[in-house]
Design a protein around this ligand. Structure first.
Ligand code: MEV
Length: 422
């Protein structure tokens, strides 16, 4: 047997078809299956090639629509891309239950993106700090020259902060460029600014610049949403009380908070992905923000109104864009923005925050009442049926059979499938 070697010299210069031929030798059982990569769906093959290195195809993820949402007084349909079966259903259900109180009200702190420049070997950091702050006009001139279009659109450098940090190896001066990136996520603009200004800062401070990169802890791009769920829409006062007890768990315990926030990100990341935005940036920012006080906590808070209804709120950093990157070139992302009529990064952020809150409501309500598996497995049953080999009409029959018998698992799917086929 020839030993496989991942040092594939020249792989990137091959055509996609040639790359697939190479992959066949890596697949077990005679290299079957690569033909599934021939269909690149709504992404044209040459776009796939241009988007990533060594492209072989696409990984399609289902996209669905969250209905029933009202965000800031406007009804909105929200495309969500996710592989998790119960996510979209939960948002539809949660949104329906707060329509009578007007849905979700949001606020947006703005589109300020932070880039960091790390400067080492500064002999007199306090003087250096003041020197940098004194020359903020020069910094603005240099940074704003990086992207004149952004400045024309009302963006550009807004502020500079200087932090003196003690590292384990040495102390450092950390400069934050605070840039209004408007409708862009802004990574390219602020990273270029940071690279352009770094040697200048090093010269002024007599130090040595090292890292020049945006921060994903986007705490200048906070978006907030709140909604009231009338007690009678969600099962009565007892359900309100148990949901509050469930939510309280996440406030005090990071183990629970991680799962609570994961549920929020089920919704947030699904909209972020549907719009071609950077899911990892949003996830990193959300979790870092959740730990900003030094204690990792929930991104949402739950309370009871004076009249006994349930009120939820979310505060989450959202670095989202509607221009640039995959958002601009991906036809599905463009369509997704169109469907939800997100004509600015601000509107998109407000919608995403509302979805995060709706998702969290759905999870807490399910967990505090029936448990999550009832709804989840009912939807997941079809996936299990497909995994067991069911095709066409068989899928629904197997899924229904598993639900009727109250046993939704692979073994039961196989038994039912065998019965149907017999
Ligand atoms: C599952 O994807 C998400 C939940 O675990 C969220 C939560 O526990 O709050 C249900």
């Amino acid at each position: 047997m020839t030993e496989r070697n991942s040092r594939l010299t020249g792989f990137s210069t091959l055509s996609r078809t040639e790359r697939l031929e190479v992959l066949k030798t890596w697949l077990p059982e005679g290299g079957q299956g690569t033909e599934t990569l021939n269909d690149t769906g709504s992404l044209a093959p040459d776009l796939v090639e241009r988007m990533v290195e060594n492209a072989i195809g696409v990984m399609p993820v289902p996209m669905g629509i969250a209905t029933n949402m009202i965000v800031d007084g406007e009804d909105v349909l929200i495309p969500m891309a996710t592989e998790e079966s119960s996510v979209i259903a939960a948002v539809c259900n949660s949104a329906k239950r707060c329509r009578s109180t007007g849905g979700f009200r949001t606020s947006y702190a703005g589109s300020l993106t932070i880039a960091q420049v790390q400067i080492l070997d500064v002999a007199d950091p306090h003087r250096a700090r003041l020197e940098i702050l004194r020359r903020i006009g020069d910094i603005r001139d240099i940074c704003d020259r990086v992207d004149p279009m952004l400045v024309d659109l009302g963006g550009g450098l807004r502020d500079v902060e200087v932090r003196l940090l003690d590292g384990r190896l040495s102390s450092m001066v950390v400069v934050h460029l605070i840039v209004d990136t408007r409708d862009a996520m802004g990574a390219n603009a602020v990273n270029t600014m940071a690279e352009r200004i770094a040697p200048v800062l090093a010269e002024w401070t007599g130090g040595r610049s090292l890292l020049r990169i945006l921060s994903n802890l986007a705490d200048r791009r906070l978006t907030r949403a709140e909604a009231i769920w009338p007690a009678n829409e969600i099962g009565g006062p007892a359900v309100v009380d148990t949901m509050l007890e469930a939510a309280d768990f996440a406030v005090i315990d990071p183990y629970r908070a991680a799962t609570h926030n994961k549920g929020i990100m089920n919704g947030v990341s699904a909209v972020v992905l549907a719009t071609g935005n950077d899911t990892r940036a949003i996830e990193a920012g959300a979790h870092a923000f959740a730990a900003q006080s030094g204690h990792y906590g929930p991104l949402t808070r739950w309370e009871k109104t004076a009249t006994g209804d349930l009120v939820g709120s979310i505060e989450i950093p959202l670095s989202l864009g509607i221009v640039g990157g995959a958002t601009r070139i991906h036809p599905v992302a463009q369509l997704a923005l169109g469907i939800m009529r997100a004509e600015s990064a601000e509107r998109l952020s407000r919608i995403v925050a509302a979805v995060g809150l709706a998702q969290n409501f759905g999870a807490i309500r399910a967990l505090a009442t029936d448990g999550i598996q009832k709804g989840h497995m009912a939807l997941h049953a079809q996936n299990i049926a497909i995994a067991a080999g069911a095709e066409g009409d068989e899928v629904q029959h197997v899924a229904d059979g598993m639900k009727t018998r109250g046993e939704i698992n692979a073994r039961m799917a196989e038994i039912l499938l065998a019965e149907i086929r017999a």
